[in-house]
Design a protein around this ligand. Structure first.
Ligand code: ADP
Ligand code: MG
Length: 678
């Protein structure tokens, strides 16, 4: 979107030395375009310039004058350097005071004209302006840091607001070389200002209404691009046929009849929808949404079985190796003996050429192995994958024999997705919900435990262990492969084994273990040879151990609501009573822990999390790219999403390939490239 001159490094600017360059880099700012797209966090309104004779107290104002005197003194009490200046305007004098900025006296000299913005206060030291923003008045330049609506940016240590503002000011003139990528018709219809204007005003808004116009334009850009991408993908899906897969009714009924449990009504309904969809010549694009433990796996197994009965193959992609293995084991147990199932992960590669069902991790996308004749692609816990990854598997089939047949696609998620997010991420997507839990499940009793009062909790856990049940102890981990988190888990493992449950077998699971080791631990836990599993949050998604009745979440205040709910879903999968202990040593117990105690409704909790923390952190999956990172728009802004969506649809109806809108096409492909880089 930005022409080459915008891509020059900031270090080309003479006042940016190597040190500043490295600080800017910390903020992700390398090119001039990066800085233009680095929007202020907030603004302060310093436009009021009252006469010095009548300065109001405690309100942001700006005064201009000449420096009459300036000097440093040490405040006796606190050992802070205090800089004091007297500023004259006509007959009036105003005192300005700064703390810990002794270098100011080198900068500001007697006789210079300056502009000061801040609040005038009155205390026992008199009436003075406290720590004002200041700048020398330079008639050529106009004001940057005072006397206007002043932007404030998010900083890193060593950088100042002044530096950022000055740099932005410096590159703003470039904007006249910035082409408009949005077609005029769309701009006019949606009352959007030009892009260069918006970028100018977002940094230095002349008025607040103009700031709103700038925000609206930039928000629209973000959402519009996403919508273009999503709609174009949908068009691709409807233009390319899929292999219709016959609904093998009798065979499926027989399959369901021998399952070890009765399907719930929601499971039946979901399976029915899926089987109906797969009969069509347009590819299915369905999301199966059901709270943790609601039994999505068996529904996907039914779909897979129906697919192979039509001699087409199935690929199942799981977010982690453990889950891939679990799905592999479940499918093997559920499906008839003669179905050929292969596992394909980073560490284990079964021969796939003759397999009817191939279950794996991301390795499925990376593999050179043949994934041809796919009739169905199933993506489990799909919020762990980015758009690009999901699509890649979808395209993968497209190679052999010049066949353009697309596989049907079934995505599954335990995390409810609010409608605004759904539209943004998928456009219109068919959704099946599993609301009801299998019968006999009771709610997981949830309690907040303060760190110093663990003993009662351990007593309860001993009771459960004595009754033959198992327990999870989860240690917080900040990111995948987080070394500190792993150490904490190891320490906790030793403590618990030695001092708390010496007569039971404690196991340890974390991301640094080799896949084989993880596998062995899981196997022992599944067989109840390990009674207590200490784990980092790798067990977050999907693990199914029906005999586990207790989960302890250490450092619970460090997890998000949706994530806590996921973790809690690891227990309460059998029909026995089960317990979730949220251990925290936070001074004030966060609201979200209390919400978790009260609510067991995954949907309500996800909505609350979206409000509390925003979409990025909600899924604990910023890195996955599931939710596009937005600079200025919010994914809960349904009206904007709908407007942008309509605009995107109009353009694509007129010109599906965007041939007449090269800049638009360019912007879209830049965005898509970003998504594919995950
Ligand atoms: P999720 O939706 O979280 O992926 P799973 O598919 O792993 O849940 O199912 C959780 C557990 O519930 C499994 O042990 C599964 O065998 C069991 N289950 C699934 N459906 C039913 C049912 N209709 N009745 C009883 N148990 C069921
Ligand atoms: Mg699952």
């Amino acid at each position: 979107m930005f022409p080459p001159i915008f891509l020059r490094p900031l270090s080309n600017i003479s006042r940016v030395g190597a040190h500043t360059e490295s600080l800017l880099k910390k903020l992700g700012l390398v090119t001039q375009a990066d800085l233009l797209m680095y929007f202020p966090l907030r603004y302060e309104d310093f436009r009021t310039m009252p006469n010095m004779t009548a300065l109001p107290l405690n309100t942001p104002v700006t005064v201009r004058g000449t420096i009459e005197s300036i000097g440093n003194k040490n405040s006796s009490r606190k050992r802070v350097a205090v800089t004091e200046a007297l500023v004259r305007s006509n007959e009036d004098l105003l005192r300005a005071v700064w703390y810990n900025q002794p270098f100011l006296t080198k900068n500001l000299k007697v006789g210079e004209k300056i502009s000061l913005s801040g609040k005038v206060i009155q205390n026992k030291f008199g009436v003075f302006m406290q720590s004002p923003q200041y700048e020398k008045v330079d008639s050529r330049q106009g004001l940057t840091h005072t006397g206007r609506i002043v932007p404030f940016y998010s900083l890193t240590e060593g950088l100042t607001q002044k530096q950022i503002r000055t740099l932005v000011r410096h590159i703003l003139p470039l904007l006249r070389f910035l082409p408009e990528w949005l077609p005029q018709s769309i701009r006019f219809r949606n009352k959007l200002i030009p892009l260069s204007q918006a970028l100018q005003w977002i940094h230095f808004p002349p008025t607040f209404p103009k700031l709103s116009q700038a925000r609206l334009r930039l928000q629209f850009d973000e959402i519009f691009t996403i919508q273009l991408g999503v709609l174009q993908y949908q068009q691709f899906l409807t233009r390319n046929p899929a292999q219709p897969l016959h609904f093998h009714k009798e065979a499926i009924q027989r399959f369901v009849a021998v399952l070890p449990f009765r399907l719930t009504d929601d499971q039946k309904k979901a399976a029915w929808h899926i089987l109906q969809d797969m009969q069509k010549t347009t590819p299915m694009h369905r999301l199966l949404q059901g709270d943790v433990g609601s039994g999505k796996t068996v529904v996907s197994a039914i779909a897979a079985y129906n697919c192979i009965l039509s001699s087409a193959r199935v690929a199942v992609m799981s977010p982690t190796e453990i889950l891939a293995r679990q799905t592999f084991a479940t499918f093997q147990a559920l499906l008839p003996q003669d179905v050929r199932i292969a596992l394909l992960t980073g560490s284990e590669k079964h021969e796939t050429a003759s397999a009817q069902i191939i279950i794996g991790t991301h390795a499925l996308i990376a593999t050179q192995a043949q994934l041809d004749h796919l009739g169905l692609v199933i993506i489990d816990e799909q919020h762990r994958f980015g758009v690009g990854q999901r699509r890649m598997l979808h395209y993968k089939n497209n190679t052999k024999n010049g066949s353009q047949l697309l596989p049907h696609l079934l995505s599954m998620t335990a995390t409810p997705i609010p409608r605004s997010l759904m539209l943004t991420l998928y456009g219109d997507l068919a959704v099946s919900q599993i609301h009801s839990k299998p019968v006999g499940r009771s709610l997981v009793t949830t309690q907040i435990v303060s760190a110093s009062k663990r003993e009662t909790m351990y007593t309860k856990i001993r009771e459960e262990l004595a009754a033959g049940k198992q327990a999870f102890i989860i240690c917080p981990i900040i990111e995948e492969n987080d070394a500190l988190g792993v150490t904490a888990a190891c320490t906790e493992y030793e403590r618990v084994q030695k001092h708390i449950f010496p007569t039971y077998c404690v196991g340890l699971l974390h991301g640094k273990l080799k896949p084989k080791e993880k596998d062995a631990v899981m196997k022992h836990f599944r067989r109840n040879e390990i009674h207590i599993l200490v784990a980092t949050s790798v067990v977050e998604v999907g693990i199914d151990i029906p005999n586990a009745a207790v989960i302890v979440i250490e450092g619970a205040e460090r997890f998000g609501l949706a994530q806590l709910h996921q973790l809690r879903g690891r227990v309460g999968r059998g029909d026995a009573a089960s317990y979730c202990f949220l251990v925290t040593d936070a001074q004030r117990v966060p609201v979200r822990l209390q919400m978790l105690v009260r609510s067991h409704d995954g949907f309500a909790l996800a909505e609350a999390d979206l409000k509390l923390r925003g979409s990025g952190t909600m899924y604990g999956t910023q890195q996955s790219g599931f939710v596009p990172e937005l600079k200025i728009a919010t994914l809960s802004d349904l009206p904007l999403i709908e407007t942008a969506r309509a605009a995107a649809r109009d353009i694509l109806v007129e010109d599906a390939t965007l041939t007449h809108y090269p800049l638009l096409a360019q912007k879209l492909s830049a965005w898509q490239e970003n998504f594919h880089l995950e």
